[in-house]
Design a protein around this ligand. Structure first.
Ligand code: ADP
Ligand code: MG
Length: 386
């Protein structure tokens, strides 16, 4: 694969597909991590005298009214602040006005085009990878740089579509994501430990199947631990159980009895609105629900992590959005901070939790991808890059 460094950008119209899909509430960006991670590629193009045309999606656009909350206009302002230069914004995703704006650009200018998914309104043209749309967007530039790792598990007009019609390469963020995630999964320094959590086992079966063969240990917390515990015939009360995955969990536990490490204590409660109580996993009553791992489990997991040289983490250890069930995830972050290893975290909620709790600096890399990261960890192909 070519990277942006393999092109002469001078005076060229460079289309950059970035992933600027950030959370926005009442017109305010609540987390600009993805914008910041996209800066290196955009700056490189500016510094190499290109006319920089940026495309991205934002959220889902299913009806006309979704346009107001999913406009990229606030992102263009934030991007300008971070670049320390004005960013032009085209409210149109195609047409004469957009083309005129591009024709009037000087070398080093940056233009952000409105949400590519506005093109989903009349027949899912963007998400359905409409051939004409990809061809049209490609006609706006000379070179295409795909830097949107978070979208690379989808084949859309604004990534796969454009790349059919232009000489293309990847940007710095895409390169960093691919290199880091491939390295840790194909040739990890050992011991290699995977921390898994989150809600459902069924979302992560592919990932478990792939990583269980490669990792030395898999530490399972979060809601998904209860399906494994139930498979071992523990009583888990009203905790989250993914019944369809019970057989899968049984099979994995039988095949890898010393690799899968499960919680020994949890924080239980009668509802997610109430405070929790710490107990051993054989002390969960019929009405009670496990919402977090307990302190002894954090200690147990940390024993494995201490000697690890490579650590991958996907899935929070508890319902971290609720302060009373956030400590398992927080304490794990604190312990990971002290450990000297290659530490990579991925998954939308995992990344959000780590950054909310202020542990961004404790990781070698926090992936900008949610679904795309899972697809890579499953060892599968990214269709948006094919
Ligand atoms: P990621 O986005 O990082 O891949 P997931 O989406 O798989 O992670 O899981 C995150 C969700 O799992 C969070 O919303 C969190 O509240 C939920 N969760 C974690 N532990 C539990 C639990 N014990 N019970 C219910 N939900 C849980
Ligand atoms: Mg999630």
């Amino acid at each position: 694969m070519k990277t942006i460094k393999d092109f002469d950008l001078n005076g060229k119209k460079v289309l950059i597909r970035a992933d600027l899909n950030v959370p926005i509430k009442d017109n305010v960006i609540t987390d600009d991590y993805r914008i910041k991670q996209s800066l290196e590629t955009i700056k490189y193009a500016i510094n190499n005298n290109a006319k920089v045309i940026v495309l991205s999606h934002l959220g889902k656009v299913k009806e006309e009214s979704d346009k107001t909350k999913n406009t990229l206009r606030p992102v263009s302002i934030r991007l300008g602040e971070l670049l320390n230069k004005p960013v032009l914004f085209s409210p149109n995703t195609k047409g004469k006005e957009l083309e005129d704006m591009i024709n009037n650009m000087e070398n080093g200018d940056v233009l952000l085009i409105e949400n590519t998914r506005f093109e989903d309104l009349n027949g899912k043209l963007e998400s359905g990878n409409d051939l004409e749309l990809g061809k049209y967007w490609a006609s706006l530039g000379d070179i295409f740089i795909n830097d949107a790792f978070g979208t690379s598990h989808r084949s859309h007009a604004s990534n796969a579509g454009i790349s059919k019609h232009l000489d293309w390469g990847i940007g710095f963020l895409m390169e960093k994501e691919l290199v880091t995630l491939n390295k840790v999964t194909t040739n990890p320094e050992r011991p290699f430990t995977v921390i898994l959590g989150g809600a459902k086992v069924s979302d992560k079966i592919g990932l478990i199947e792939n990583l269980v063969t490669k990792a030395d240990y898999i530490l399972v917390g979060g809601g998904m631990a209860f399906t494994f515990l139930k498979a071992l015939e523990f009583k888990v009360g009203g905790s989250l159980v993914d019944n369809e995955s019970l057989d899968f969990c049984k099979k994995i536990l039988e095949e890898y009895p010393n690799k899968i490490i499960l919680p020994i204590d949890v924080i239980k409660s009668l509802s997610k609105e109430q405070l929790g109580k710490e107990c051993f996993i054989n002390e969960i009553g019929d009405e009670e629900i496990g919402f977090d791992i307990g302190r002894k489990t954090v200690e147990l997991f940390s024993q494995y992590l201490k000697t690890s040289k490579t650590i991958i983490w996907n899935g929070p250890m508890g319902m971290f959005e609720k302060p009373q069930f956030s400590y398992g995830t927080k304490y794990l972050c604190e312990n990971l901070k002290q450990i000297d290893a290659i530490k990579v975290a991925g998954g939308g909620d995992t990344a959000a939790a780590i950054r909310d709790f202020g542990y961004e600096e404790s990781f070698t890399h926090i992936s900008t991808g949610g679904g795309a990261t899972l697809v890579l960890l499953e060892g599968k192909e990214l269709v948006g890059l094919k």
